[in-house]
Design a protein around this ligand. Structure first.
Ligand SMILES: Cc1cc2nc3c(=O)[nH]c(=O)nc-3n(C[C@H](O)[C@H](O)[C@H](O)COP(=O)(O)O)c2cc1C
Length: 515
């Protein structure tokens, strides 16, 4: 058999059909080569029993500590709500080892000690959000589905509102976008990034708390892309976890099995906002860290329903501005005194403002779909248009470009650009278009973002995709241009079809680009 086409453009009907068929082909690949498969199954069973042993051990440690932990808990918190579990404090290695596949450089390993805290065993549901806030911003609909599409600031407001309703001391003082976290308060709050990772790992040191890679029967994610599929499309016998279902929606918060500490859906379903500003980890040991002192981005963890497995790893760090929400980001509540009583102030991030400034449309397109969207935007705005071109363009051959793009992403390459925006300082707003490539940005977009100073400017992404929506492209853009504000992004399925003009116009209005 020749090579398989993974994603395709709507430009060509054949390509689209191939993409639709891909899932079937991937699944068929799992089913053929019985001998290999049987070998795999045996290998998997062996590994699984080792893994289970470890999980049981962790469970035992947890049980041994439970009585002590219960005593401590009784001293610190009263009237703990249902569905919360005590996470007994301890020390762990935060971040990922250098040999972990698909790790990012910002996952520097360091020792972290966290104090006891209580954590919701489930992601916060839509019913819980609705009950307190009287509204539900979610993209999907269902009482027991996780609330999503809430901003970090919405999450902070929810925590306080629920604390007040239930008679606890609110954890936050809110003054517009200035938030003070009163660490001595006993009300609901977001976990810190360290608490989240500690709780997710539940004693494991592997990429996922399942110890082996996580399957679509164990978590809700873009199941066609299990961990390490990227290097094994044609050697799936090497994979611990085979491709599985992509549900394309959130699922009830009690779905699947919990981790060893009783927490459900720490990997997948929705990413979960944490308190911390995004910043570099140090290498020194720390106790109850609370993240960078200032920043423009907040961290969210765990990956969502449309993420590839590599972006659900226990150590993976996703970011977004605190005033933005997304259909794959929700929250999980925490209560507990996080290492003392000092207050932590956070002064708020820049808001996207597109009023009055000059607008530039920048795009990279391989198959023409993003180009078509860019041209539609241009026709509605009259803004200047700039197509990113490469000194060494990618192959025109579809199967070859898949490989080339994968290689560039693995290496975090920065392909050399053939053209440059001469007068970038004239533009206040950049509408930045690209295809979703391997659940992120094509690397030429990284080259572009590193070439200019975007401080004080607003970047508004638009992304053409084959089913994965933005993937982790917004995280990638925000990490590469941390000084820019980010507007509301637009995701377009392939070329967008007949509704493209309408969708583009609604999006431009939402961002204040047209009236
Ligand atoms: C190298 C490559 C990788 C891709 N990876 C993804 C992906 O991870 N998720 C997704 O939804 N679509 C993926 N696609 C599909 C494209 O995002 C989609 O076809 C898009 O419309 C292409 O835009 P363009 O025609 O402007 O290049 C990929 C396509 C290519 C060529």
């Amino acid at each position: 058999m020749g090579k398989i086409s993974v994603f395709t453009g709507q430009k060509s009907g054949v390509r689209k059909a191939v993409f639709v068929i891909l899932t079937v082909v991937l699944l068929m690949l799992c089913a053929c080569g019985r001998t290999d498969m049987e070998k795999d199954m045996t290998a998997q069973t062996d590994q699984k029993s080792e893994g289970t042993g470890n999980i049981e051990n962790i469970g035992n440690v947890q049980n041994a500590d439970a009585a002590d932990a219960d005593n401590k808990a009784a001293k610190t918190l009263e009237n703990m709500a249902e569905n919360f579990v005590l996470i007994p404090g301890g020390t762990f290695q935060m971040g990922s080892p250098e040999d972990e596949a698909w790790r990012s450089e910002d996952e520097t390993q360091h020792m972290v000690t966290v104090s006891d805290f209580y954590m919701g065993i489930y992601e916060l549901t839509q019913a819980e959000y609705q009950e307190i806030m009287g509204e539900n911003p979610s993209n999907f609909s269902g009482d027991d589905l996780p609330v999503e599409n809430i901003t970090w600031l919405d999450a902070i407001r929810y925590c306080n509102a629920r604390s007040e309703k239930e008679g606890f001391m609110p954890a936050y003082t809110i003054d517009g976008q200035t938030i003070v976290w009163n660490r001595g308060a006993d009300g609901y709050r977001l976990p810190t990034e360290a608490e989240w990772e500690y709780a997710c790992r539940a004693g494991t040191v592997t990429p996922f708390h399942t110890e082996t890679s996580i399957s679509a029967e164990e978590a809700n994610y873009y199941g066609h892309y299990p961990y390490e599929i990227e290097n094994n499309y044609f050697s799936q016998g090497n994979l611990t976890t085979k491709p599985g279902q992509y549900r394309q929606t959130t699922v009830d918060v009690d779905s699947f099995s919990s981790n060893a500490w009783g927490l459900y859906n720490m990997h997948g379903n929705v990413g979960e906002w944490v308190w911390d500003y995004y910043g570099e980890y140090g290498t020194e040991a720390v106790t109850d860290p609370i993240g960078a002192e200032t920043g423009t981005l907040r961290v969210y963890r765990g990956g969502g329903w449309n993420d590839f497995a590599k972006n659900m790893r226990s150590a993976y760090r996703a970011t977004l501005a605190e005033d933005k929400g997304s259909f794959n980001i929700g929250i999980r509540l925490v209560r507990g005194i996080a290492g003392g009583s000092a207050s932590v102030m956070s002064a708020g991030t820049q808001n996207a403002s597109s009023s009055g400034g000059k607008v530039l449309i920048v795009f990279f397109s391989w198959g023409g779909n993003t180009k078509g969207i860019a041209e539609e935007i241009q026709s509605q705005t009259g803004a200047d248009l700039f197509e990113i071109e490469l000194v060494n363009p990618y192959s025109d051959d579809y199967n070859t470009v898949l490989d080339e793009a994968q290689r560039d992403q693995n290496e975090q390459a920065r392909p050399e650009l053939a053209n440059h925006v001469e007068d970038m300082e004239e533009y206040d707003t950049i509408l930045l278009g690209y295809p979703n490539w391997w659940a992120s940005i094509p690397m030429p977009i990284a080259s572009f973002l590193e070439e200019y100073d975007f401080s004080g400017k607003t970047i508004i992404p638009f992304c053409s995709h084959g089913g994965g929506r933005f993937g982790q492209s917004l995280t990638a853009i925000s990490k590469l241009a941390p000084d820019a504000a980010m507007g509301e992004a637009l995701s377009v399925h392939y070329s967008g079809g007949n509704s493209l003009p309408e969708d583009v116009s609604a999006w431009l209005k939402e961002n204040g680009i047209i009236e």
